[in-house]
Design a protein around this ligand. Structure first.
Ligand code: HEC
Length: 190
């Protein structure tokens, strides 16, 4: 009897266990999956951290690519852009938006007398001749703008000179303009 019961119990237990173990597995596998799947989606939230890091890396790698794209603007071009900005901000109010003159003498238009070799008779500040671009540079740094003489730092003065040379169609090479370049560069007299 006991054996039967045991068998029964066993068999029952096996059945139950079997059913339970086979059913639960069948039942569990489903829930577990959703759970596993759920954790997966929710894991992605932690995985995204991992994935975010990799994807953040590409994102972070992208800006460098963009930043790397900017350097395609040559140092010379960058200097010209800076010069144009400075001119508009610091000089255009007196010398005109395009440098062709306003209430103050023109700086653009060599053929029309801009940056003439000799100072105009009416000149208030200029006592020097403009033979080379360096003469113009010196004058600019020492005198301009009249409200803040000697306020231009070298890089800005060079950028302004580059801008003025460009506007006047004076070629100086493929490098940014600086004092060395300016000394060698005679202002062409049309
Ligand atoms: C407040 C008005 C004013 C501003 C702003 C000004 N200038 Fe002038 N600039 C003058 C005047 C006036 C002269 C004529 C100087 C003279 O009479 O000796 C002059 C002359 C010059 C000359 C010499 C022109 C020549 O043919 O003799 C240069 C170059 C020049 N300025 C560059 C600049 C630059 C670059 C800036 C901006 C950083 C600037 N100026 C800002 C008023 C101004």
């Amino acid at each position: 009897m006991v054996g039967r019961v045991r068998l029964f119990g066993c068999g029952f237990a096996l059945l139950v266990t079997g059913c339970g173990s086979s059913t639960p597995p069948a039942t569990e596998p489903n829930p577990p999956h959703p759970d596993v799947i759920a954790p997966a989606p929710s894991a992605p939230s932690s995985g995204p951290d991992t994935a975010t890091t990799p994807s953040a890396a590409p994102t972070a790698a992208a800006p460098p690519a963009t930043t790397a794209g900017i350097p395609t603007a040559s140092p010379r071009d960058a200097q010209l852009i800076r010069g144009r900005e400075l001119y508009a901000a610091e000089c255009a109010s007196c010398h005109g938006a395009t440098g062709h003159g306003g209430k103050s003498p023109p700086l653009v238009g060599l053929g029309a007398g801009a940056l003439a070799l000799n100072p105009p008779k009416t000149a208030k500040y200029r006592k020097v001749q403009f033979r080379t671009a360096a003469d113009v540079l010196d004058f600019m740094v020492k005198t301009m703008p009249p409200t803040a003489p000697e306020s231009l730092v070298p890089a800005d003065a060079h950028a302004l000179l580059a801008f003025l040379l460009e506007q006047n169609g004076v070629a100086w090479g493929s490098e940014p303009a600086d004092t060395t370049v300016a000394r060698r560069l005679e202002i062409p007299r049309p």
